[in-house]
Design a protein around this ligand. Structure first.
Ligand code: IMP
Length: 211
């Protein structure tokens, strides 16, 4: 398990290996080390009972902070489709049921949008990133990626979740077809996480500032 450095080691409250991997890539070059619950010898069992992305992110971050201390972050993110009244929203990971796979969630979304024309397929990913600093101070950072929902799922393998059906604004490929570097530059999670890194850590020379 190894020693935890209180200045540079950040505990990440997620059981999703795809998210942890993305966050690690975004943090590449920054003087931080991200540690999942497993590496800390902990099991994350927080229930997402909040009624907003912010509330759920804070619930997850607090549950890990109480046990691990130090820097803790948790993101609650999801897809928001205006035509569907904001669904799947905070229920993104369980849109097609509590144990739904990414594939089942994407299929249900495509089905619900079957009758929606091009003007009604716009959507965005939202990310609320809750941060608790070693002295217990809480903060929230937000990120957003605009785009639209494709007619069919693509076969790209980058990312997870709704990436195979989400086409970022101004592009033609789905998020699942972009190289990980490109996804992380435009992603809701990348925006929110870099805002936090910019504010709390010394930006390494050569890394561009978040716009
Ligand atoms: P959370 O773990 O409760 O934040 O749920 C997030 C859910 O939103 C995931 O399981 C995905 O279904 C969806 N989601 C969040 N971020 C992304 C992304 O970057 N790409 C695709 N789907 C995402």
């Amino acid at each position: 398990m190894g020693e935890r450095n209180p200045v540079t080691d950040i505990a990440v409250a997620t059981n999703n290996p795809g998210k942890l991997e993305e966050l690690r890539k975004i943090a590449n070059g920054w003087p931080v080390r991200l540690m999942g619950p497993q590496e800390l010898g902990l099991v994350l069992d927080a229930l997402e009972t909040g009624s907003s992305f912010d509330e759920n992110a804070l619930i997850k971050a607090r549950s890990l902070y109480w046990r691990a201390g130090g820097w803790v972050i948790a993101d609650d993110s999801g897809l928001v489709v205006d035509y569907l009244g904001g669904a799947p929203g905070i229920y993104s990971s369980r849109y097609a049921g509590d144990a739904a796979t990414d594939r089942e969630n994407c299929d249900l979304l495509l089905d619900r949008l079957k009758k929606a024309g091009p003007g009604n397929r716009q959507a965005h990913f939202h990310c609320s990133l809750a941060v608790i600093s070693p002295d217990g101070q809480e903060a929230l950072y937000h990120g957003r990626t605009d785009g639209s929902i494709a007619r069919t799922a693509s076969s790209g393998t980058t990312g997870f979740g709704y990436d195979p059906v989400f086409v970022p604004l101004g592009g033609q490929d789905t998020m699942a077809e972009l190289p990980p570097y490109e996804k992380n530059v435009i992603s809701h999670r990348g925006h929110a996480f870099r805002l936090f890194l910019e504010q709390q850590f010394a930006r390494p020379a050569g890394l561009e500032r978040e716009r």
